[in-house]
Every structure is written in C-alpha cells, then in structure tokens.
Design a protein. Structure first.
Length: 124
C-alpha cells in the first residue's frame, strides 16, 4: 500500500484554486470542478461534495473545515522570498522562525482555516 495525498475539504473551490495557484504558485494538472490536483501531488476537494460522498448525507455544519488539527506542509528553497510574497495576503500564525530541529519556516491559514506551513528543505 502507498499513501497518495490528503484531500482537504474546501468551502469555495474557486477561491481555493486561486489561493493555491496565484499565491503559492502551484500548477493545476487535473480540474474536475469539485476536485483539483496540483503538479506537486497536493489536491483539494469541494467540501460539500466530498462530505456527501464520504458520509452519504448533506454537510450542514457552519464551522470552517480547517480546525487547527492538520498542517499542509510545503517546502521552498527561497523561504524569505516566499514569505515576502505570501505574508501580506494571509492570516499569519507566525513569521519565519528557526524551529528546534534546525529548520526555518512560517505558518499561516488558508481560506478554509487549514494550517499551511512552508519550510526550507532540510538537508538529508
């Protein structure tokens, strides 16, 4: 068995597509209206559609899909440039900082309040 990718629920798929393509610079390789796959393997799914598919009932919750219990992790070799480009347009959790394991990163919320983390790649 192999893990393929997470499918975070999104409230407004057009807004999320714009966020991930325009702000984070991802490229779409598949767009099926309620499901979008990006070139790096990351994907998003329309929340109401996926909720109905998984639970066989309508989603009536009003809370955002992101609940502070999942981090969407990305890496960027040009972390400071990514921070300067992204930070004015998002709700920051914190600025670039050095973590105890030796990696520099910053975190913010996407339009559905999912935590997004962007870090410098760690040398293997």
């Amino acid at each position: 068995m192999r893990f393929v990718n997470p499918l975070p629920f999104v409230k407004d798929i057009e807004k999320s597509k714009s966020f991930y393509t325009g702000l984070l610079g991802l490229s779409i390789i598949q767009d099926h209206e309620d499901f979008v796959m990006f070139d790096n393997g990351f994907a998003i799914h329309d929340g109401k559609s996926l909720f109905k598919s998984v639970f066989a009932r309508e989603d009536t919750a009003s809370a955002p899909y992101g609940r502070g219990n999942l981090v969407l992790y990305f890496e960027d070799f040009e972390l400071d440039e990514a921070f300067e480009r992204i930070s004015p347009h998002v709700q920051l959790i914190h600025q670039v900082r050095l973590e105890p394991w030796g990696q520099r990163l910053f975190r913010f919320f996407d339009p559905d309040q999912h935590i997004v983390e962007i870090g410098e790649p760690i040398a293997q």
